[in-house]
Design a protein around this ligand. Sequence first.
Ligand SMILES: Nc1nc2c(c(=O)[nH]1)N[C@H]1C(S)=C(S)[C@@H](COP(=O)(O)O)O[C@H]1N2
Ligand SMILES: [Mo]
Length: 223
Amino acid sequence: MSADDKGATPDDSKLTATKRRWARDRKFITGRITRPETDRLPPGQHLTKDWPVLDLGQTPSVPLHHWRLDVTGAVDHPASWDWNEFLKLPQSKETTDIHCVTTWSRYDNDWKGVLTHDLLDVVMPKPEAGFVTLTSYDGYTTNVPLDDFAAPNAMLVHTWQGKPLTREHGGPLRLVIPHLYFWKSAKWIQKIDFMIADKPGFWEVNGYHNRGDPWAEQRYSDD
Ligand SMILES: Nc1nc2c(c(=O)[nH]1)N[C@H]1C(S)=C(S)[C@@H](COP(=O)(O)O)O[C@H]1N2
Ligand SMILES: [Mo]
């Protein structure tokens, strides 16, 4: 991480306070229930052609020669890959849509990277693993059920529209889980921890839904 990234704890920012208030007021909820099979655009979303940047006020800089991805927890084969080792995993392409809880969606993003499926084949989660916690180089965390992490089109991406993923969008490597709201797609990913018990991440303890299905409008937690 670069010098300007050190020190600040992300959770007292203005943006976080605003989003906490949105959760309390249940902003953007339409109450319509739809399905991905029939409705490409989830309820309460609008399309955007550009790609907005959202973060907690920090853009960590991780030089490739310092970069590592750790895979820990309830797996048969824990891993700690450097960049070259990571690129030796099977590489795939996917084209998927983005749905952000702040109501923008962006269609047809061309990604390249490693399918979570292919990662799971290498590390082999133990039968008791049911959840995954993602930790990022900016200190961000988010949690997903293992079944969502293992979705056929979920992937760890390093390339968008044929170009290296920019730093502001989470380069060198971020997660993309297309069927959940985009806050689950951790940028600047550093660690993938396989868990027996679920552990809510940053937005999940700040009023956001634990799962985040856009078609069911799972924007905020129920309490
Ligand atoms: N490490 C990290 N990942 C993150 C975030 C973050 O602040 N830090 N923000 C999340 C949120 S709320 C959204 S909407 C998307 C934004 O990704 P983008 O900036 O590429 O659009 O990243 C998600 N992943
Ligand atoms: Mo977001």
